[in-house]
Design a protein around this ligand. Structure first.
Ligand code: NAD
Length: 290
């Protein structure tokens, strides 16, 4: 396929590189990031989209997506597929898909889970909302960039799935970190806590796969001085998107709101910016009950 790829940052560059390696023709655009091997340099976003069968965007936020969409939609050929893989607000995803469809394109919101490691290894999970025809066409590309693509329904539902997942992840990581700090204070060995919880009803991905305690469980950012991994700043971004969505539809999400507030405090007032999101554990080690 001829693919336009816009946004070649930490995630976009390895995703584009994997598509090029699989034999697709890629034209890319990013105003800052270096271009990966196999990606032809386009003069601007519209240039990357011109003539493409599929355009993939991997951008920082909904505002950037809206402005990039305004420039590429008129440049794309009729019937082409617009796949946005960024994490953005549900409203931006739905508005951009409606604009694309009004211009004769088919559109998907397809945010990802798996981080930079997953993008490099081609093991991302895609959560996909939008046209089922577009999903069938883009599945070939999802299979190259990832190992799983779940069709979640109409436009915006991929973003809805992503922010629900990350709201669960943020809250479970916080409570896992709280449990380790509580265990320390109760004189319970961390390895013993892991051995119990990872095989009991308190188990979760945060405990079993991405344990926030150094030296416990499979290797994780905790074993590397909390170098990300999944940076706390992006967890905060996703928790804010979850609260924005919850507010829009009047959903009661008290733990999601508290998780957002704790990550905001951690990132903005406690030097957590740039650290992995599991660095909540040393934060709880330091803090005392108020
Ligand atoms: P990044 O900041 O490394 O990359 C974003 C890229 O977009 C940058 O290179 C930037 O120059 C480019 N860009 C900005 N404005 C542009 C424009 N107008 N036209 C073209 N390019 C433009 O961010 P990232 O880590 O690659 O994340 C990208 C998206 O993926 C975000 O929405 C993020 O929330 C989501 N995400 C990231 C991770 C992760 O672990 N990094 C995991 C899951 C999802």
């Amino acid at each position: 396929m001829n693919i336009g790829f816009i946004g070649l940052g930490n995630m976009g560059a390895p995703m584009a590189a994997n598509l090029a390696k699989a034999g697709h023709q890629l034209a890319g655009y990013d105003p800052v990031a270096p271009y990966p091997d196999g990606v032809k340099v386009a003069p601007d976003a519209a240039g990357a989209a011109d003539g493409a069968d599929v355009v993939v965007t991997m951008l920082p936020d909904g505002g950037t997506l809206r402005s990039v969409a305004a420039s590429i939609i008129p440049a794309m050929k009729s019937g082409a597929v617009f796949v946005d893989c960024s994490t953005v607000d549900v409203e931006a995803a739905r508005d951009v898909a409606a604009q694309a469809e009004a211009s004769g394109l088919i559109a998907l919101d397809a945010p990802v889970s798996g981080g930079v490691v997953g993008a490099e290894a081609g093991t991302l999970t895609f959560m996909v909302g939008g046209s089922d025809t577009a999903f069938k066409i883009a599945s070939e590309l999802f299979d190259i960039m990832g190992t799983k693509a779940v069709y979640c329904g109409p436009s915006g539902n991929g973003q809805a799935a992503k922010l629900c997942n990350n709201m669960i992840l943020g809250a479970t990581m916080i409570v896992t970190c709280e449990a380790f700090a509580l265990a320390d204070k109760l004189g319970l060995d961390r390895q013993a806590l892991f051995d119990v919880v990872s095989t009991s009803s308190g188990s979760s991905w945060s405990m079993n796969t991405y344990c926030p305690a150094p030296g416990i469980g499979p290797e994780s950012p905790a074993d590397n001085d909390y170098k990300p991994g999944f940076v706390a700043d992006l967890m905060l971004k996703d928790l804010r998107l979850a609260q924005q969505a919850a507010k829009t539809v009047g959903a009661d999400t008290p733990l999601g709101r508290r998780a957002r507030d704790l990550y905001a405090q951690f990132v903005e007032a406690e030097n957590g910016s740039g650290l992995d999101f599991s660095a909540m554990l040393p934060r709880f080690e330091r803090s005392a009950r108020s």
